[in-house]
Write a protein that binds this ligand. Structure first.
Ligand code: NAD
Length: 361
């Protein structure tokens, strides 16, 4: 059986610019800084409103630290990397120099209204701005995209996201008390990924809810993205499966007219340490093969978002995959999902119509 080779990484910028990171929380330590070290990107320095946090990361990663936002934004010929709580982006973006290049952590604000404000600020300040929807750039997802480009799957008809696991939500204390949780901070990755492959759905049907074991507003979601024609995308997400590893799953199936790819999102099984991601493909007459992956969602995908942004800013890439304009549509889908979840579904009759009896069925 011949070995299947698929593209799994985004090309690096030929002349990477130094990066100024604003916000020094968990995700910067777990993914941004490891990714930039792997890629050989220089970090010009870190800033956090809590100086203990920026100093701790600066010491750990051997990079510089800025004492104020003014000092951080005084840097020129750099790329700004914002990793702030979602509601804070609208207050930091206006401080960046006009015409800057900036990567904004997902989600793009807390809701669609904030996403629209972020897009407006970026337009007014002439920022070259992308949102860090990095799942699209994970090695396994770039492999899916390459399999589609090589026509190994044919026309993509069916995407199914199936998660049944236990998520350590205590790592995200800022979510306590938030009215929007699961879709806004987690399933948003899948909504963005599905949009990048199938385009924008015309509508969505969704339910999202909590669980007695958690005080968070929602930790379970089911959603059905509606497309015209034969396309279908569906998600079943349960972050509360506390019955051991045996039936825990984190899988996405991409099924086309000629083949099927299945990925395992290993990171989510035992987050943030994770297990290795996996990629499997069956195409035409060729039986299932596992394609070895050359990296994982964390941190490798974070090299991709930063590379695409820098390459777009320098003219090396023609499109900015997760531009704020594109990301706005993911936020619109999130908004629609929450609206759908607040609507009643189609009522189910709980008794036969009056003229009939059960005996007549
Ligand atoms: N896969 C992913 O893409 C992924 C995963 C986790 C978190 N995130 C996102 O990354 C962002 C940060 O998440 P986190 O887990 O690191 O949170 P965190 O709470 O650990 O860190 C946020 C940091 O921002 C700092 N901060 C707040 N306001 C600031 C300001 N005005 N200026 C400078 N610093 C400020 C805080 O002091 C804190 O250190 C969130 O938007 C979250 O949704 C993305």
């Amino acid at each position: 059986m011949s070995e299947i080779r698929l593209k799994q990484s985004w090309e690096l910028p030929s002349e990477p610019k130094p990066i100024v990171i604003i916000g020094c929380g968990g995700i910067v330590d777990d993914a941004h800084l490891p990714a930039y070290e792997l890629a050989g990107f220089k970090v010009a320095g870190l800033f956090d409103v809590n100086p203990e946090k920026s100093r701790r990361l600066a010491d750990k990663w051997g990079v510089g630290v800025f004492d104020s936002l003014d000092e951080a934004v005084a840097n020129r010929d750099v790329v700004f990397d914002l990793a702030l709580p979602p509601a804070v982006h609208t207050s930091v973006l206006p401080a960046l120099p006009e015409g800057s290049t900036v990567l904004i952590q997902k989600p793009m604000g807390q809701d669609l209204e904030q996403a629209s404000s972020i897009a407006q600020i970026c337009r007014e300040r002439k920022l070259t701005a992308a949102v860090n929807f990095q799942l699209r750039f994970a090695p396994m997802m770039l492999a899916v995209r390459d399999a589609l480009d090589k026509d190994m799957l044919g026309e993509l008809l069916d995407v199914e996201v199936h998660l049944n696991l236990l998520t350590p939500w205590h790592l995200f204390p800022f979510l306590i008390g938030a009215s929007r949780v699961e879709i806004s901070v987690h399933s948003i990755h899948y909504l963005d990924l599905i949009r990048s492959l199938l385009g924008n759905p015309s509508s969505v049907q969704a339910r999202t809810m909590g669980h007695p074991a958690t005080e968070l507003a929602q930790t379970r979601t089911s959603a059905n993205l509606v497309y015209t024609g034969d396309k279908r995308a569906t998600m079943s997400i349960n972050h509360n499966h506390s019955f051991g590893r045996k039936f825990q799953t984190a899988q996405i199936r991409f099924e086309g007219t000629k083949g099927c790819a299945v990925v395992k999102l290993g990171l989510l099984l035992n987050y943030p340490t994770g297990e290795p991601d996996e990629f499997w493909i069956s195409s035409g007459d060729v039986d299932w093969q596992q394609v070895p992956l050359t990296g994982s969602w964390f941190p490798h995908a974070f090299i991709g978002t930063m590379s695409n942004l820098q390459r777009f800013a320098s003219g090396e890439d023609q499109s900015l995959e997760t531009s704020v304009e594109d990301a706005w549509h993911t936020m619109a889908l999130v908004e629609a999902a929450f609206q759908s979840a607040a609507q009643p579904g189609t009522p189910v009759l709980d008794a036969p119509p009056q003229a009939q009896t059960f005996a007549s069925f």
